[in-house]
Design a protein around this ligand. Structure first.
Ligand code: XMP
Length: 509
């Protein structure tokens, strides 16, 4: 196992993913982890992440310096390298010139991290400080014009430092450097595969749950579907899934879930038709936050009522992912890797006293998709784009009515069909239609119309924190617009949203 020590970098999850892409298990741990705990984890290698602090700042993050005596290979990245240099007796100074963005890296021979690479190539820098003198035993193994010490190594102790960020895509050869660290320096085994993970997880769930019942809410999304499938493999009919139809779902949502999960798995799924309840509660509500509150509260009520019918249930399954568990604040907050408290068991009453089963809590989203395929879930479900809990309610601006929901559902379905047809569905973080609260004038078949306007929203993103509007081809936009206007009653105008996040948000409400 590789341990990434979180010094507050916005990239530390990316480092972990880069490691796991090589089928090597990797875990992110906070910098204040004790030496004992670290020894218990018995890592094959350690990566010290970058971070926003300067080594001489008060309260800059530190880790027990005993890690350098563990006889475990260590790679320090940016701040991680500064920490290594500073702690072992070298000096770090504020650089004369800060260096952000691309730089040409020139490497010296001998560093196994740079094995079989050209003499110079592009790397991605983001730092104010740099190393000025090195601790005993270290040598300089690369430089750039602005940074004479851009990479360092102490070969006898297997300590390495990189001033730039190998984990970001813009660093040419960055992924190869991480690979060389894993295999040429640490000698890692490649035993992290979704097959081995699922076998281990099923055994663990069996062990923990025994012959007790597990309740689980299904949303139609990939996370809850994969988690439920895994739990089902472990406990079979003792898994009781609840799917609440709140009337705010996309076209064929329920049908797709039935095809994907019921057809192959004979899973216990209770479909609860609560459409009326939600639409009644939402009637006349236009404020986005009010909509969210009403939907959240009602969902808990409906789910609770169903959950209580499952007598003797002792567990609640959830599709929590690794990024939900470990959350590192960067840039502004300093390194505060926090473990979220997971006492919120879906809002279920405390007296039910359920224990959580969260089999995906070690996985990143791309791994969940791989696992889903490994478990035999169909590609259509595994590759679904994220869909917000409040559903279409936050994509209908203004009044939510059954009629308006039907208009949006049809428009959205056409848009998704065309995006898929164009081979873009998996490349986009999200793509969907929004129903605007305005009507505009049009002319159709020589007749004046006064009808609804639909907006097309399509974004690329890695994590939904920031997003860029997708540059969809004009002919595709034209086709979507034509089809929506021709096939969806009561729509006579389609517009395309060209706002990034920030300043916009992905959803319109
Ligand atoms: P925004 O609109 O804030 O959305 O840029 C970021 C991501 O979060 C999703 N989203 C939600 N998901 N409940 C959810 O479960 C919500 O209330 C909610 N609001 C936004 C959105 O679809 C996007 O992926």
């Amino acid at each position: 196992m590789i341990i990434v020590i979180d010094f507050g970098s916005q990239f530390n999850q990316l480092i972990a993913r880069r490691v796991r892409e090589n089928n090597v298990y990797c875990q992110v741990e906070p910098a204040d982890i004790s030496l004992e705990k670290l020894k218990e984890l018995s890592p094959t290698g350690i990566i010290l992440s970058g971070g926003p602090s300067s080594i001489y700042e008060e309260n800059s993050p530190t880790i027990d310096a005993g890690i350098f005596d563990l006889n475990v290979p260590i790679l320090g990245i940016c701040y991680g390298m500064h920490y290594m240099v500073h702690t072992l007796g070298g000096t770090i100074k504020q650089a004369g010139k800060k260096e952000y963005g691309f730089a040409e890296l020139r490497i010296n021979p001998g560093n196994p991290l740079f094995k079989e690479m050209d003499d110079s190539f592009q790397c991605w820098m983001s730092h104010g400080d740099s190393a000025k003198t090195l601790p005993q035993g270290f040598e300089i193994t690369a430089q750039t014009d602005n940074t004479p010490i851009a990479a360092i190594a102490d070969y006898s102790r297997k300590l390495f430092g990189l001033q730039f960020h190998p984990e970001v895509e813009h660093s040419i050869n960055g992924a190869a450097m991480i690979r060389h660290f894993l295999f040429d320096v640490c000698g890692c085994d490649q035993n992290w595969t979704m097959k081995s993970f699922s076998e281990g997880a099923i055994a663990q769930i069996k062990d923990a749950v025994g012959d007790k019942k597990v309740i689980m809410g299904l949303s139609g999304g990939v996370d809850s579907s994969v988690a439920a499938t895994l739990i089902h493999k472990a406990v079979g009919k003792n898994l009781h899934c609840i799917f609440v139809d709140n009337g705010l779902l996309r076209l064929n949502e329920k049908a797709q879930l039935e095809v994907s999960l019921l057809a192959n798995l004979d899973m216990n799924i209770k479909f609860v038709d609560a459409q009326e309840k939600f639409l009644t509660a939402l009637a006349g509500v236009t404020d986005p936050e009010k909509k969210r509150k009403i939907i959240g509260k009602l969902f808990i009520e409906v789910f609770d009522a169903e959950a209580k019918k499952v007598e003797g249930a002792q567990f609640l399954g959830q599709g929590t992912l690794y990024p939900d568990i470990i959350e590192s604040k960067s840039a502004f907050g300093g390194p505060t890797s926090i473990i979220k408290s997971h006492h919120n068991v879906g809002g279920l009453p405390e007296e039910m006293n359920l224990k959580l089963v969260e089999p995906l809590q070690l996985l990143f989203k791309d791994e969940v998709r791989k696992l889903g395929l490994e478990l035999g879930i169909n590609e259509g479900l595994v590759w679904r784009q994220p869909f917000p809990g409040p559903g279409l309610a936050i994509r209908i601006l203004g009044d939510i009515t059954k009629e308006r929901l039907d208009v949006l559902r049809k428009a959205d379905d056409i848009l998704i069909q065309e995006i898929k047809q164009a081979g873009l569905y998996r490349k986009l973080w999200q793509s969907f239609a929004v129903l605007l609260p305005i009507k505009s004038v049009g002319v159709m078949g020589d007749k004046r119309t006064f009808a609804n306007c639909v907006a097309i929203r399509a974004v690329t993103s890695n994590d939904a924190m920031t997003a860029d509007w997708a540059k969809l081809p004009h002919d595709l936009l034209g086709k979507i617009s034509n089809r929506i206007i021709n096939e969806v009653d009561k729509v006579n105008r389609v517009v395309f949203d060209i706002t990034s996040k920030p300043p916009g948000t992905i959803e319109w409400e």
